[in-house]
Design a protein around this ligand. Structure first.
Ligand code: FAD
Length: 274
């Protein structure tokens, strides 16, 4: 199976199109990492939920992909735009990103996207994600905290393994401090796997628990807005589940990270649970 160590494409250190720098990287595990990319000039404003397109030149070609920004817009300009990325081991963009040393230059353009918070929305916000699809919700929560305008939130994040739960400590701390009206609901789709030994939280995919979560937290269709992000199969299944429970279509917003039917399992490893 191709891996980033086998990726021998020659990365251009100084293409004229570069306008940003990789200033920091923190690994969550061997396939997931947080990256901070900072503009060299004036930072570009964005809204929580939007994405930037980042790229590098290798073998004379620009390889670029969109990524949701996890930072609050209020802090991204100073610290860099924070991205939460999964390594997809098929020698396209992420295998290049994994090889970039800190301080390497990149291209970043944007923002784009309509996966946005509604202004002054007093409904409960149900955020449903798989894997890295949690990133836009982190931006939304962080910016709402920054604005001192917390929104009642239930956030579901489905992963195959416990060590893939991004932002777990931050969300657990927020829930425990009670500074933000948030319920964090991580769920593990392979609870019996030895890698998940010791996990006593929920088991099952996001779409199989969403109805129970609505029941438990008293989420009513007329008083809830739903945002779903990540794996397209999960998004469509959650949407179907919620529609069956009376959630109107216009209360549901979606961000698909790849087209339906193009699961990574078909092109390599690194698939996220549905
Ligand atoms: C609006 C938007 C926002 C996105 N935000 C993020 C983000 O915040 N973090 C992130 O990791 N990715 C995100 N993606 C996906 C990202 O753009 C790339 O597709 C991904 O990083 C893989 O890049 P690649 O060039 O290595 O492979 P690609 O050729 O782009 O993808 C190959 C296959 O990998 C699988 N795949 C793609 N993304 C993921 C993923 N995140 N997890 C598991 N499997 C995946 C799919 O099956 C896809 O068909 C986003 C995509 C879109 C459209």
């Amino acid at each position: 199976m191709p891996h980033h160590h086998d990726d021998e494409r020659v990365i251009d250190p100084s293409a004229p199109q570069y306008n940003a720098t990789l200033v920091k990287r923190v690994d969550l595990n061997q396939d997931l990492a947080y990256f901070w990319v900072k503009f060299e000039g004036e930072p570009t404003p964005f809204e929580p939920g939007q994405y930037m397109t980042t790229g590098v030149f290798a073998d004379g070609k620009l390889w670029q992909r969109p990524y949701s920004v996890a930072s609050a817009p209020a802090e991204a300009g100073m610290n860099g735009y924070e991205l939460f990325v999964r390594l997809v081991p098929i020698m396209r963009f992420t295998t290049l990103l994994w090889r970039l040393p800190g301080g390497h230059r990149m291209r970043m353009i944007g923002p784009k996207g309509k996966f946005l918070l509604e202004p002054a929305d007093t409904r409960t916000h149900l955020y449903v994600s798989t894997g890295t699809g949690i990133a836009p919700f982190i931006s939304m929560i962080r910016q709402s905290m920054f604005d001192d305008a917390p929104r009642k939130t239930v956030i579901i994040n489905g992963c195959s393994y416990v060590d893939e739960l991004g932002y777990r400590e931050e969300l657990e701390a927020l829930e425990a401090e009670k500074g933000y009206p948030l319920r964090y609901v991580p769920t593990i789709s392979r609870p019996g796997d030895p890698r998940n030994a010791g996990w006593s939280g929920r088991g099952g995919r996001a779409e199989t628990i969403v109805a129970d979560v609505c029941r438990e937290y008293g989420l009513k269709p007329e008083r809830t807005v739903v945002y779903i992000c990540g794996n397209p199969e999960m998004i469509l299944n959650v949407e179907r589940e919620l529609m069956g429970r009376g959630f109107p279509e216009f209360h549901v917003k979606k961000e698909l990270y790849w087209p339906k039917g193009k699961d990574a399992a078909l092109v390599g490893q690194g698939a996220e649970p549905g």
